[in-house]
Design a protein around this ligand. Structure first.
Ligand SMILES: [Zn+2]
Ligand SMILES: [Zn+2]
Length: 233
């Protein structure tokens, strides 16, 4: 059963009273204690979000259409809870530790690297008061240093709504969900990391990768925080 996103935009009482309790163990002090952060890092082993096969190299031999893809864990794991709390309860202090976790999962790449957060629907950003993937991407690029930047190369067409849509509708919508930002030039030497919080059907990522390739991007990686094991209807 899915949750209703519209009913979850207000924090619960616990979050209002104690915004800084660890989402993993409940300890007061920070929204993610060091031990729980390390637990996520050490229990993370890379798998392909599409076929779910163990995939340490990131490049799945079965899913050849996917560029090297790196994931932190499953949506039902603690990382999924962190995504949820940052996104729907606006727990901003989670963004930095989440970027630190991402830093341990995405390989270090030489040369210029541009992180492309998959753009969130604008009305959702307004409603929540924050753009969660963008905030994490900024922290991530800061951790990695000068060669890394956040680039908004993908823009979102406004008509698409994923929540509640069935798989087929989503795939169709995703195909026209994005367009290349006409104000930005593509550099064939730069590595582009497409970054998203949740992989459900993968429709958004697949559409984004296809679009970037057709626009002339040569080097692409994908980074995902949490993967849904079961397709949500
Ligand atoms: Zn903890
Ligand atoms: Zn695969």
């Amino acid at each position: 059963m899915g949750f209703n996103v519209n009913n979850t935009t207000f924090p619960n009482l616990l979050d209002l009273l104690f915004p800084h309790y660890c989402r993993g163990c409940g300890a007061l002090g920070s929204p993610l204690c060091r031990r729980c952060k390390n637990d996520i890092i050490f229990s993370s082993s890379n798998f392909c979000p599409n076929c779910k096969d163990f995939c340490p190299s990131g490049k799945c031999t079965k899913c050849s259409f996917l560029p090297p893809t790196f994931v932190v864990g499953n949506r039902t794991d603690l990382i999924g809870k962190l995504v949820y709390d940052l996104k729907f309860y606006s727990v901003r202090a989670l963004a930095e530790p989440m970027a630190e976790i991402l830093d341990t999962v995405v390989p270090k790449i030489g040369g210029d690297v541009a992180i492309i957060p998959l753009p969130t629907i604008r009305s959702h950003v307004r409603q929540r008061g924050l753009d969660h993937t963008n905030i994490i991407a900024r922290h991530f690029s800061k951790i990695r240093g000068d060669k890394y930047s956040v680039v908004h190369l993908l823009c979102r067409n406004n008509h698409t709504i994923q929540v509640g849509a069935d798989r087929e509708t989503r795939l169709k919508q995703a195909d026209s969900a994005y367009y290349i930002n006409p104000k930005l030039a593509i550099d064939s030497d730069t590595t582009y990391i497409v970054f998203d919080d949740i992989w459900t059907t993968g429709a958004s990522i697949k559409a984004a990768v296809k679009l970037l390739k057709s626009a002339g991007v040569k080097k692409i990686l994908v980074a995902i925080l949490a993967v849904s094991r079961v397709d949500k209807k």
